[in-house]
Design a protein. Sequence first.
Length: 434
Amino acid sequence: MRMYDIILKKRDGRELTDGEIKYFIEGYTSGDIPDYQAAALLMAVFFQGLNARETAGLTMAMSRSGDRADLSAIPGIKVDKHSTGGVGDKTTLVLVPLVAAAGVPVAKMSGRGLGHTGGTVDKLESIPGFRSMLELPELIDQVRRVGAVVVAQTGHLAPADKKLYALRDVTATVDSIPLIASSVMSKKIAAGADAIVLDVKAGKGAFMQRPEDAFGLARTMVEIGNQVGRRTVALVTGMDQPLGYAVGNALEVKEAIAALKGNGPADLLELCLSLGSVMLLLAGRAGNLEEGRNILAGLLESGRALDKFEEFIAAQGGDRRITENENLLPAAGIVESLPAPRPGCVQAVHAGRIGRAAMLLGAGRENKESQIDLSVGVVLNKKAGDRVQAGEPLAVLHASDARRLEAAREVVLQAYTIGEQKPEPQPLVYGMVP
Ligand code: URA
């Protein structure tokens, strides 16, 4: 078999066999197939697509490219959750302790941020002492004791995805449905959970801008998961504007703690209840979504979800006192309000641009080697539908460097559209697949 022939076949729109896909993944993971040939194949896939069988074949080849976590030592149905990436998406920080407090074990492997989207692991690492690099036996032990763990995905899990994702990022081949689906599902399958809940984002801060494309991606992933015996459900959710108000690592931890205390933003709470009730349903902890929602709302109200958050943070070495004392989290040296240039009603807050501004401040990675600043970011004061007076703060920028602040200020201003009429509210949850 020759890589040249595989590229040619896909370039001409023909179907690849499972053997050819396996040859590519094994050769690329081992280093026998060079980046330039892999990049050519990715671009051919970008234009020609993959059918359902090829996408499933690629997913399975990628999930078998490294270790596969065996979570069978943890009793109960293990449910994982994955978001395709958004701005201000601190859902995992609330959802993991919340679902664990309901008695459903959660072993979650999360990513770091890249580009304008944030990563859960970076957010958690803003908590002093928090360790995100646990080996599998330690992870299993913590889930058995505490019911919840969030770790960084190790290089041993789906290494083909790690390499391919980095290559896609620099070859303009990220936003392809079969490539995103195989990337996400290969990791989820290798991570070993019995059931998977996917949060597929649609909108200006997401890979899929149009809800119909997000549904296409959701259907592809659900089909793959169910084919390999993992019960999989996806929610397609809105990402036109950031979720909640805070964007930036430590700032998002503060907002997640507020949500666990019952004082969080309404959209964050609603998304956590929507995703969490599906997790409880798949785990057999609730008979239907409404029952799941009621259980979760009760756990938030009683403070048991917050207790579970403290317990899981402390189990991973983090300082649990952050829930009482926010000053223990990193704080930026410069805090500056951004005044509205005119009065009116906010029509939209472009999530991609706010994510870009947070990245310019240093909250996200320009490339994989970038060092990030855990203290900086943007806290929105106004979101779509809010009225604003001229000079009233639209947002507050948290910065460590005056030059970066200057660049970010412009981008935040460009993210806001101010008009006259109140805009139609955008749906938070577009629908569920299946
Ligand atoms: N998230 C992933 O894990 N992979 C992608 O390709 C896109 C989002």
